[in-house]
Design a binder for this molecule. Sequence first.
Ligand SMILES: C[S@@+](CC[C@H](N)C(=O)[O-])C[C@H]1O[C@@H](n2cnc3c(N)ncnc32)[C@H](O)[C@@H]1O
Length: 405
Amino acid sequence: MITIERLNLRAEGVAPGVVVARALPGEEVTGEAVEGRIAQPKILTPSAQRVAAPCAHYKACGGCSLQHARDDFVEEWKTGVVRQALTAQGLEAAFRPTVTSPAATRRRATLTGRRLKSGALVGFHGRASGTVTAIPGCTLLDPALIAVIPALEALVVEGGSRKGEMRLTVTRFAEGIEAAVEDGKPLDTALRIAVPQIAGAHGLARLAWNGEVLLQEAPPTLAMGRARVSPPPGAFLQATPQGESALRAAVVEAVGSAKRVADLFAGCGTFALPLAETAEVHAVEGSAPMLDALNHGWRNASGLKRVTTEARDLFRRPLLPDELAKFDAVVIDPPRAGAEAQIAELARAQVPVIAHVSCNPVTFARDARTLLQAGYRLDWVQVVDQFRWSAHVELAARFVWPHIA
Ligand SMILES: C[S@@+](CC[C@H](N)C(=O)[O-])C[C@H]1O[C@@H](n2cnc3c(N)ncnc32)[C@H](O)[C@@H]1O
């Protein structure tokens, strides 16, 4: 019998010399360890934090990893992950209350499809390696995404190879669902006819196959502030509407009355377009098609201040202090790797306010340390949990140059 001491960053239980799947701190468990991991533990003494998982698929599905814990435990654990990452860099912070997205609100997800001898299986990877779990009763996804699974299955039957898996990214837009298929069979004449027919028959708003749009009834759009934006197929979007609202509210508040703002790693304009209601915004991003979508949304909106865009690799060519000097505030929302090079330049430039959004507490804490060592103050941190029941942690934070309120 072993006792769980804590959770690791994958939300697995940790005991001396072994990790234990889906176990909670303080629990006494037993089970067979394979290569240092107990995958199917028997829980002898359950924690008071343990609850019955709300989803019928939880036992087999690997899509969620924390449904066996109370919501307040998960919230505290995620805050603790950020706090520990900061502590490891010698930093501390004031935390605002966490905002957690409700169940059944994920509007974007990547599912796996596998062709079977007869039919197809579409769902999340299972807990056991090499399996895919069907998820008709999933409690995480927006029901509109679950409703298109029959369409995805039909696409896998038509265009999946028996050997490999297909990645199916589904996104809910105002006009309906987009499916972006990767690793499908190469398009030949027959597939070019069959795939749009399937997508059309199931009422998909847009379908992209290996990066090529094969069906688009009307460009699917999302509201970003006063603008309507039509992102390119499969483009990054915040995972839930509630998560996006919470991050946007945090960014808008952090930026405050700034009149000239740079939005770095701007995507399709999640922050740039709402900020343009009160400030001129320069949006910088690596993907030119995403910036085209942002720009098009801005041009067709009314009442917004000027928005300019720049396609630029911010890892290799960060904005330099002379370019940053003209901004009162910077928003930065990098991918998981963080923004080491750009943060180093921000630290030199001393822009008055930095609104930092991050999906990786470890790289956030590393970059926060650079800013604090340069003289910035960390005003607050807010955890935004839009990956409910997973080990992912997202946050927004405000850094200020010392003389700023
Ligand atoms: C976490 S997303 C944030 C997007 C946007 N702020 C939003 O909330 O929708 C990170 C963005 O960074 C972009 N990106 C990734 N690597 C980059 C790089 N080296 N230079 C510039 N942009 C990059 C991605 O295309 C993506 O749009």
